[in-house]
Write a protein that binds this ligand. Structure first.
Ligand SMILES: *Cc1c(COP(=O)(O)O)cnc(C)c1O
Length: 496
């Protein structure tokens, strides 16, 4: 019997994993969730001996049951290969009384690579399994980071094309350079004369344009999205928590069944939800510590039971966590509502209409495994400086939010449980914020000088992703108006 997926807003929907991956979001606007969380029925001794790919298979095969062993292993092999700069894929560094799980060794040096390097393969395999003959065209609007990670994931993947729209004057010079130098015949990067919201709205319009869909279908294409709420992005992230625990066990750092805490710097709630799924599979996790930056809507939610996005949006030095609607939280809400789609739907409707909802006491009681706190900008910078000075280890701003919250948690609770901190980006990705946290005088250097200096003082090699963009030629120079987006798509696909 296959594990089926239903929508968080409609219990009647039942789909296989591959159909849910292809569909992305349910028609009712809900997110796909597995009907039950499978248990991790493999001994820790066995897991301890597995490499990353084997662990990924052990975890993913329990969720994606309609994939054959060959299909799933093929996806995993193509995803977690030499695109990563270390064979371990996710190495761990022990520093400052914690174990930093480095999720940033992929092509764009941030944790989104963990999911976006496998999603293209899961998508094309799902298409084949469901008799979809068309090529899959990924449309994405990006404010910077996701666009590059999606480009890197889909580049060169047969049966797919990827088109990324970004606000021409709304991303950092490094982010733009990363995107416009992207190689691969199936990639297409377009700057638009507009802001991120306009790019996003333009993409949504194309998804809902049935005339455009029909034209594309006739030419052998169909749209899909690499959005972070796709279940095909969430499940691969469960694997690294299992892998990390198993490696700590193998090294004798944790005893058999010894519980650990996990700290996750959180934005859209995907990464920490993956840790929650790992815990529900049976991985010995005590507390899930949710770390926010100054956009602390989740902290308030854990403290009060009220989710309220009606507040100022704050730009911080950890931009990938500057989020007021954490989409993946819906999967947790559904769960603590007792897998009650009706109840969840009402709350999400309140969020859409009033920007706020409040959960019941009964639901709140089920959140006892979570702890939420946040770090201010000053605290984030101070954490980078302190860990560098104490341990010589340089962490990025997002990871520093987690490190800061970890210390607040320990001070507050005196809990000395061994702890994994999800390290979500390389310090080379946010060089200026990181280096000026260590010494404000670094601000006079340009971006590449800063990278060289970081490499020197941190004794770490400059990642390939940074070296590459130093001299890479610009391969994409199309700029268009918002209204021209559909025309640009058709031209690229040579439709008409
Ligand atoms: C996306 C991202 C996060 C937030 O992860 P979520 O799954 O959205 O909670 C944290 N750090 C970095 C560097 C990211 O790119």
């Amino acid at each position: 019997m296959d594990l089926m997926y239903s929508s968080t807003r409609n219990d009647k929907i039942k789909m296989t994993a591959s159909a849910a991956i292809l569909k992305g979001l349910a028609d009712d606007g809900g997110l796909f969730v597995p009907e039950t969380i499978p248990s991790l029925d493999i001994s820790m001794e066995e897991l301890a001996e597995m490499d990353y790919q084997e662990t990924a298979y052990a975890v993913m095969s329990r969720f994606f049951t309609d994939f054959t062993e060959e299909e799933l292993k093929n996806c995993i092999r193509r995803a977690y290969d030499s695109k990563f700069d270390t064979e371990e894929i996710v190495p761990m560094t022990s520093a400052d009384n914690a174990h930093y799980l480095e999720l940033f060794h992929g092509p764009t040096i941030a944790f989104k690579d963990m999911a976006l390097s496998i999603l293209p393969h899961l998508l094309i395999t799902s298409a084949k399994k469901n008799n979809v003959k068309n090529d899959i065209v990924i449309l994405t609007a990006t404010s910077g980071d996701t666009g590059k990670a999606a480009l890197a994931g889909f580049a060169g993947v047969e049966g797919t094309k990827i088109i990324v729209f970004y606000p021409k004057n709304g991303v950092s010079p490094i982010q733009e350079k990363q995107m416009v130098t992207q190689k691969g015949d199936n990639t297409f990067v377009v700057g638009i004369n507009g802001n991120f919201d306009q790019a996003q709205t333009g993409v949504k319009k194309m998804f809902n344009d049935s005339a455009l869909s029909a034209e594309l279908d006739a030419a052998g294409f169909q749209f899909s999205s690499a959005n972070s709420i796709n279940i095909g992005r969430l499940i691969p992230q469960v694997a690294y928590y299992v892998y990390a625990y198993a490696k700590l066990f193998k090294k004798g750092v944790v005893a058999k069944d010894e519980k650990i805490n996990v700290v996750v710097p959180t934005g859209n709630f995907g990464n920490i939800l993956a840790a929650f799924y790992a815990k529900n599979m049976g991985l010995p996790i005590a507390k899930l510590i949710c770390a926010s930056n100054e956009n602390k809507v989740l902290v308030d939610f854990f403290h009060t039971g009220a989710y309220d996005k009606n507040r100022d949006f704050i730009l911080t030095s950890s931009p990938s966590m500057d989020i007021l609607i954490s989409s993946n939280l819906e999967r947790l809400i559904y769960r603590i509502a007792g897998n009650d789609a009706e109840k969840n739907k009402k709350l999400m409707e309140a969020l859409a209409s009033e920007g706020r909802y409040e959960i019941t006491e009964e639901m709140r009681a089920q959140l006892s495994g979570f702890y939420g706190n946040y770090a201010s900008e000053e605290e984030t910078a101070a954490a980078i400086k302190k860990i560098y000075e104490d341990c010589g280890y340089i962490i990025d701003t997002h990871t520093a939010v987690a490190a800061s919250v970890f210390h607040k948690y320990q001070t507050e609770t005196k809990d000395q449980t061994k702890t994994i901190i999800a390290s979500t980006a390389s310090p080379f990705k946010f060089t200026r914020s990181v280096m000026t946290a260590i010494n404000p005088e670094y601000d006079s250097m340009d971006d590449f000088e800063l990278a060289d200096e970081l490499s020197k003082i941190g004794h770490v090699k400059i990642p390939r992703a940074i070296e590459e963009i130093r001299n890479a030629p610009v391969l994409h120079d199309v700029v268009c108006e918002v209204e021209e987006m559909p025309e640009v798509v058709k031209e690229f696909l040579k439709v008409k």
